[in-house]
Design a protein around this ligand. Structure first.
Ligand code: ZN
Length: 253
């Protein structure tokens, strides 16, 4: 169905840059039209009606007019501000990281209802104060699902045998998940993964997010799963997210 000349959509701003004298070009993420670039004219002038509302890390209702190069933002209203999400630098940096992952995963003008709902829910959880690492892992695992690259953590990726708790596992993202001790696999460095980390990866696939929020876990296992998911997405999305550097910096402080 063609997009009408004037239309209204829910949107989350994924990124933006200044353009010309007072304009700004925004990458909007929407449920029905995927992501696309739109221009907000005069938005950097203090008198702009759009200025304050057209911000990232919030859910907006945006009215647009079809344009030749970019659609033009005509009206904006903030529907969810998620103010508490911005209170901590770590949760804000995580929110930027999740937005970048979404940006890298979707195509322009493609319906992305599932991915939109996922990002929106992750922002709600950060806003509600859930541990930002847990939100990020939950989001990464569901993102992989949405992209059709769910990591295999139950069976060996090579021989398809059910994994047993008392064997040695390796985590091999280019093969799609866990490799058993009997299969040779490719020569990889530092691929070992503990049974506890494999269990936690399973939990991220099976448990609902409220249950995940309540888990008591040794930090070393959480770090292992973080590294594992990072390596997995690096392979799936073909490189590291740029915003990870900032997130790591924030957490080191
Ligand atoms: Zn095997």
């Amino acid at each position: 169905m063609p997009i009408p000349r004037l239309y209204v959509t829910d949107a989350i701003v994924l990124s933006r840059f200044d353009y010309g004298e007072a304009d700004r070009i925004m990458t909007l993420f929407t449920p029905a039209h995927g992501k696309f670039k739109a221009i907000a004219k005069g938005v950097r002038r203090p008198t702009s009606r759009l200025g304050g509302a057209l911000e990232p890390l919030a859910e907006l209702k945006v009215a647009l007019a079809r344009g030749r190069t970019f659609d033009v933002v005509t009206q904006v209203e903030v529907t969810h501000a998620w103010l508490r999400l911005r209170d901590s630098l770590e949760s804000a940096a995580t929110a930027w990281y999740l937005a970048e992952l979404a940006d890298r995963s979707i195509e322009e003008r493609h319906e992305t209802e599932g991915l939109y709902a996922l990002l929106r829910r992750a922002y709600e959880l950060l806003d509600a104060g859930m541990d930002s690492g847990r939100v990020a892992r939950w989001y990464e695992m569901n993102l992989a699902d949405e992209l059709g690259v769910r990591p295999e953590v139950d069976r060996c990726v090579e021989c398809d045998r059910m994994l047993e708790a008392d064997e040695q596992f390796r985590w091999v993202p280019p093969l799609g998940g866990v490799l058993c001790s009997r299969c040779p696999g490719p020569p990889v460095e530092r691929a070992g993964i503990t049974v506890d980390a494999v269990k936690l990866l399973k939990a991220y696939q099976r448990m609902d997010v409220e249950a995940l929020a309540g888990l008591r876990l040794p930090p070393a296992v959480e770090r292992e799963v973080e590294e594992a998911m990072r390596a997995f997405l690096r392979v799936s999305l073909e490189r590291d997210a740029r915003s990870l550097e900032f997130l790591d910096e924030v957490r080191r402080r």
